[in-house]
Ligand binder design. Sequence first.
Ligand code: ZN
Length: 472
Amino acid sequence: MLDEPDTSLHARLATIVGEKNVISHAPDMAAYLAEPRDLFHGAAAFVVRPGSTAEVAAVLRLCNETNTKIVPQGGNTGLVGGQVPDSSGAQIILSLTRMDRLRELELPSNTMIVEAGMTLLRAQDLAEQADRLFPLSLASEGSCTIGGNLSTNAGGTAVLAYGNARDLVQGLEVVLADGRVLNNLSKLKKDNTGYDLKHLFMGSEGTLGIITAAVLKLYPRPRSTETAFIGLQSPQRALDLFLLAQSQAGQDVKTFELVPRIGIDFALKHGANTREPLASRHDWYVLIEIASQAEASARMLGLLEEAFAQGLIENATLAASLEQARDFWRLRELMSDVQKLEGGSIKHDVSVPVARVPDFIAAAGAAVAKAMPGARPVPFGHLGDGNIHYNISQPVGADKQAFLARWDEANSIVHAIVVQMGGSISAEHGIGVLKRDLLPGVKDAVSLDVMRAIKKALDPKGILNPGKFLPD
Ligand code: ZN
């Protein structure tokens, strides 16, 4: 009896996308049901893999009619559980990875239209082949997809100069819950004809519609790049250096990342192919990248000279080769991975106004030291964006599970400081399941009301990614 609706749904889905693109065999579904860290896992009735916008539209029409809940999924790399179904086994996963074509690349308008399932790395490569830059850059770029990047408004290491994912989009194609296709694939820079609807869908974590294609903005490829690793005394000095860099090199400052000494220690201890970045030891480090259409080295050298003269920095080294620049980047990129090898790590992805970053790091450090003696904060990340990954490694020798059991408590300590400074509890990873229940505590009640009204207008039956992002 219970199997009947499923069987007919299976048959109807298969009519739309083809039998082999409706996966129901448990072992074949496994890779879609848990994310790589296995923090979130669920069950699903089927994994459906449409190959075109028309197929997505037909699937959504059917799901809306049958009240079938849909969890959209791209590369399955999200960090907050937004792409993972619940445990009921009644939801279906809509995987967009078959939709990975380049539809058009148009140099005069500096745009390219790609489908949602294209990996970020492929989009970057296509831009490069056309002597352009698609600047979005993040750790999972080899497997994350454009659709996922846009629906979560991904951040990463190029936000400082180019903005978040939403800033890199000129237009979108979106399938609505009822199966209608909203065609907003505009290449226009100027178009003031009403609400800019694309921004509703970016960052909505698949709760308002399914992004199937996007007009991505392309940028000139910098002709010259300089990377430096800088040792300095404190986050305050790093902030001062950031201001100096902005005034000297402006838009050419592409990256400004903060790394604490403890993070370097972890990377040297646990990371392959790592070495001490500077001859001397420093409490804090900055990884800075300056890239320009003209010569970047004069800019970088001028900045470092002035920073020394002002006493902002203690030591610095310029990457002498591409390989050395990659070594510097490896130290930064290992920050998250190497913490796993130091036991339990409680994570935060927060932002505060850039000017408050040093105060935030100091206040959070003091609060954590008081509540969790011996715990080791490893604050690192995108200082230039005010976005710090405030991770806390367990005390040496402590029990991992006992430490991780204090996750919520640590969150409330750190988030209270963030909120008090006018910051955000999710700077770039999103809300998903992980932070859903925290949202009402930190978000303005009127904003939440407006969000619920929009959700109701676009998805009245609540079939799109239910249980994510917006608390009931
Ligand atoms: Zn980040």
